[in-house]
Write a protein that binds this ligand. Sequence first.
Ligand code: PGA
Length: 243
Amino acid sequence: MKRYTLVANWKIQLPLNESVSWISNHKKELINLGNQCELIICPETIAIAPIHALLDSKKIFVGAQNCSKFLTGAFTGEISVHSLVDAGVTHCIVGHYERRHYFHETDEEIAQKCLNLATVGIIPILCIGALTNEHSLSETLEKQLHHLKSFWVPQRQLYIAYEPPTAIEGDQPAPLSQIIAVEQSIREYLSPAQIQFLYGGSVNSDNAASILAIPGVDGILLGRASLDFQNLKKIVSSLPKAS
Ligand code: PGA
């Protein structure tokens, strides 16, 4: 049976103390959710190490929301992939629309971050998405993957999250037909790389099951819906059972 991936992107919505109490309040139930899916909690960077220590479980993964494009050196304020490994990180979101838009990250820098992560054994969750019409969508997304494709080897694990910018923090996910079309064209473009394909943007407990029922979709990336534990639990219980 397919094991779906659920990525909880907490952004900076829960400060350190709240993040840690969220985990300690729901620890037992969380581990139970981790038996039903691959659950990756991505808190603010400063909360990663205490949450990892608190969970002390192989059932729940702790992810990061960003990393430096530099491996090491004199780069004040950056977070290296080496420190993420030491803190217990197994996955890292890269190239989220908010990073591209507010922090002007380029496709080249994002590809470099993916490579740094792969070097230390962290799985990149590479976000792609574009403000464009359906006709040119695949072309634009392929442009975002172009740098990565030139050096990515199939042995490296890679998650791709398709997140249309208009759906992020919006009220409507992309139409299912669009998710299907993007999933197929991205797999084809990146072949022979083995990718886990995720969808993100306005996913909630009402629409998660229909998105996950698409055969090529391996998981979802959740923003707002991951902040409320009951909501998260509802989403896990709605995962398609037999696939
Ligand atoms: P949302 O955010 O689920 O709140 O729309 C998704 C994201 O930013 O990845």
